[in-house]
Design a protein around this ligand. Structure first.
Ligand code: SF4
Length: 381
């Protein structure tokens, strides 16, 4: 696989109308002038990265506008940023996958039609739940009805490559309310679904919040996971990553590149770029990001150079998130390291415990290993 010929572009929009109390992503409600400052700075960063020597060998297959809430920006600004991507970077001849994340509380049918016309061809909608009580407890700015209306409007606008995000393990959620969300979501026949268990991140208001709602017990969360398996079994969606399901051929190409530990350029404060043997993270602070670009200083807060073995281990761990696992021969070719010899007794034990499985020359998490993925990865890191 030629990773340099299928790199990804990521643009991080750090704005949200209101911060959800469980969220640890870098985003905030913009003050007057922030959007304009962000747009000017990010355009400058794109031009700089386009001229950087380390990006010269890369050809791009995907663009992903994420956040934060990209759909909070004016559609004309989003279209302008996408036009800049096309002007500054070389894309593969095949149609690139161009995704935008949308929060249902921030866009209408007209905006969606404009996004489609601007060239976005994949939409990822943050539905999270189809139960208004759960959405309220999560601090989401939209109702289930608004999410359904945005899904219908996106389809009418011509987005056939449409994904939703759903969450389980939520405060106030029961196995039957999750089943109801799941059934309604699947009845909408998405070609891609991402389903994540809520994790309470330290430092978020949710972690310290004193409220009468408790999270579902572990056995209830396991029952919610089992409900996914049963419901998805009849839907035409196939699980291809720990938390992601797609109609075959509609897997998210942009995220596949991350799981293959490929190359990508990230724009915006807090965004990460990986190319030229380095991984660089831009400062996660809008004023500092703008100031560094204005004065010609590097925007990076962190530059990490992974040696061959660290990059190998990382590639194994990322690849094991995929149900197809990793190819031992491809790893050998890329890193000149033999996976069975490298992990030796640890690998043998994980295979004997039935947490990993060999399928021909591929190594993957087994069905039993999937719910214990974090434990398995911790042994291989
Ligand atoms: S909308 Fe998304 S990015 Fe914004 S605060 Fe909520 S969860 Fe975080």
């Amino acid at each position: 696989m030629d990773l340099a010929a299928q790199a990804g572009l990521y643009l991080h929009v750090p704005f949200c109308r209101r911060k959800c109390p469980y969220c640890s992503f870098f985003s905030f409600a913009p003050s007057a002038g922030d959007v304009q400052r962000f747009l000017e700075a990010v355009r400058l960063q794109m031009r700089r990265l386009a001229a950087a020597p380390e990006r010269a060998p890369l050809a791009f297959a995907t663009v992903f506008f994420g956040g934060g809430t990209p759909s909070l920006l004016p559609v004309a600004a989003l279209a302008g940023l996408l036009a800049d991507c096309h002007q500054l970077f070389s894309f593969l001849p095949a149609e690139p996958e161009i995704t935008i994340e949308v929060n249902p509380g921030t866009i209408d049918a007209r905006g969606l039609a404009q996004l489609r016309r601007a060239g976005f061809n994949r939409i990822s909608i943050g539905v999270q739940s189809l139960d208004d009580t759960e959405l309220g407890l999560l601090g989401r700015i939209h109702t289930a009805g608004e999410a359904l209306a945005v899904i219908a409007a996106a389809r009418a606008a011509g987005f056939d490559n449409l994904s939703f995000d759903l969450m389980y393990g939520l405060p106030g959620q029961t196995v039957s309310s999750w089943q109801a969300t799941l059934d309604r979501a699947l009845a909408l026949a998405p070609v891609h679904l991402s389903m994540y268990e809520l994790t309470v991140e330290q430092g978020t208001p949710f972690a310290g919040q004193q409220n009468p709602w408790t999270l579902p017990a572990e056995d209830e969360v396991l029952a919610m996971m089992a409900a996914i398996d049963t419901a998805v079994g009849h839907s035409g969606l196939v699980r291809y990553e720990i938390s992601n399901y797609a109609v075959p051929g509609r897997e998210c190409r942009h995220n596949l590149n991350y799981w293959h530990n490929g190359f990508y350029l990230g724009f915006g404060p807090g965004a990460v770029s990986a190319c030229g043997g380095e991984r660089r993270t831009a400062v996660a602070d809008l004023p500092a990001f703008c100031e560094r670009l204005r004065t010609g200083r590097p925007v990076w807060d962190e530059v990490e150079r992974l040696d061959r073995e660290a990059a190998f281990r990382e590639t194994v761990i990322m690849g094991l998130r995929l149900l197809a696992g990793v190819s031992i021969s491809a790893l050998k070719q890329r890193f000149d390291l033999d996976l069975p010899a490298y992990y030796g007794p640890t690998l043998k034990r994980l295979l004997a415990q039935g947490l990993l499985a060999l399928q021909g020359e591929r190594l993957a998490l087994s069905r039993e290993g999937l719910p214990l993925a974090n434990r398995v990865m911790a042994e291989l890191v």
